[in-house]
Design a protein around this ligand. Structure first.
Ligand SMILES: *Cc1c(COP(=O)(O)O)cnc(C)c1O
Length: 370
């Protein structure tokens, strides 16, 4: 078997051997051991979000599926049928939340800025003041489309002052960038197993304010994505409503042990920051430029502009890099031609240095000049 490429992508991503090995056991979903594992994972995720164990303001609800499933579940469960969502959009994941509102028949409006521009808090405050019908605001922490870090604390303050509920898609930041319910006033934080927590894909989770969760009964238009029902079932039986992703949970349990051993959010964030700096510096040495300015760049995924001259062809670049053991990501911007390289996963600065070396070789082979 040839060696699998290292994933320099935003998830699924490179996981540790121990995390993969944690999946070698078949768990029964009704087993006491599995019920305990699910509860422990919820507790750890709550603590990572800054929830106080003695007097928990928020509660973690797990749900089967990829990240989008939990985003859809949260919007469907938390927004009442007569509610209205203001969706902050500066990339594909913000736009996806608007699409979910559309499909679910929830009233919504889009507050859009360019893909390289964070929303302005003052304009947001004005918008909320002008439209009292808005009950919820949905925002993306790190918009993975470009890699931009949105100013979530500032956004949260504005929304708290206007007394609306904030739903944060923290899919690509949770576990690596600080996001604490004590500091950032929010009703809900959404994330999944397979990004900065370095688990395998298959489970998402919502950390929801208990008052909002209690009030959400009967809102959902879906059976399987009803987070209120899912929560009630966990509360009453400790069990999942439908077949749980047992192996995924076991892997996440191991991934969380490794997260803690690395020094938690701070330790993980530090390694990703180092990966990101090594990547950007290395690519700049080769002549590539980043799409975002440094002050907007989150240490999660970096968008590079496609070389405009020479015979650069992304498909060929991708394949040649893949042959050398690295999988990167195509661009997703609407306006600029680009490609992306992730800084997250079980990878270090040395792996990034090797990837940059491989990119230099590929560029020479393609006789392309960025
Ligand atoms: C990955 C991601 C999601 C979820 O995507 P899935 O492909 O469904 O896992 C949602 N929002 C953001 C910001 C993401 O990075």
């Amino acid at each position: 078997m040839s060696k699998e490429p290292m994933l320099l992508t935003p998830g699924p991503l490179t996981t540790s051997k121990a995390t993969k090995e944690a999946m070698l056991r078949d768990w029964g979903s009704r087993d006491a051991a599995f019920i305990k594992l699910s509860a422990e994972i919820c507790q750890k995720l709550e603590i990572l979000a800054g929830v106080e164990p003695e007097n928990p303001s928020h509660c973690c609800v797990l749900i089967q599926g990829s990240g989008t499933f939990v985003v859809e579940a949260a919007l469907d469960t938390l927004v009442p049928k007569d509610g209205k969502v203001l969706v902050l959009v500066n990339g594909a994941y913000g736009a996806r939340m608007a699409r979910i509102c559309e499909i679910k028949g929830r009233s919504y409006e889009i507050f859009e800025t360019d893909e390289d521009t964070p929303p302005d808090a003052e304009q947001l405050a004005k918008h909320l003041a002008d439209d009292p019908e808005i009950t919820h605001v949905a925002a993306v922490h790190c918009e993975t489309t470009s890699g931009i870090l949105n100013p979530i604390a500032e956004i949260a303050d504005t929304i708290a002052k206007a007394e609306r509920h904030l739903i944060i898609d923290a899919m690509s930041s949770f576990g690596a960038l600080p996001l604490n319910v004590q500091d950032v006033a929010c009703a809900t934080i959404l994330a999944s197993s397979n990004k900065c927590l370095q688990g395998v894909p298959g489970v998402g989770f919502a950390i929801i304010e208990k008052t909002a969760l209690t009030a959400s009964k009967g809102n959902a238009t879906s059976l399987s994505l009803d987070l209120y029902d899912q929560w009630q079932n966990f509360e009453q039986t400790g069990q999942w409503r439908f077949t749980p992703p047992t192996h995924v949970l076991a892997a996440l349990g191991q991934a969380l042990i490794e997260h803690e051993a690395e020094g938690g959010i701070e330790g993980r964030g530090r390694r990703y920051q180092e990966n990101c700096q090594t990547l950007v510096a290395g690519m700049q040495r080769l002549g590539f430029s980043t799409y975002l300015s440094d002050n907007l760049q989150a240490p999660i995924i970096v968008t590079f502009n496609l070389p405009s001259e020479g015979n650069f062809e992304f498909e060929q670049f991708y394949d040649k890099l893949h042959d050398r053991g690295f999988a990167i990501y195509p661009g997703k911007l609407t306006k600029a031609d680009s490609f992306r390289i992730g800084c997250i996963g079980d990878i270090t600065k040395v792996d990034i240095e090797n990837a940059v070396k491989a990119i230099a070789e590929v560029m020479a082979e393609m006789s392309s000049v960025p």
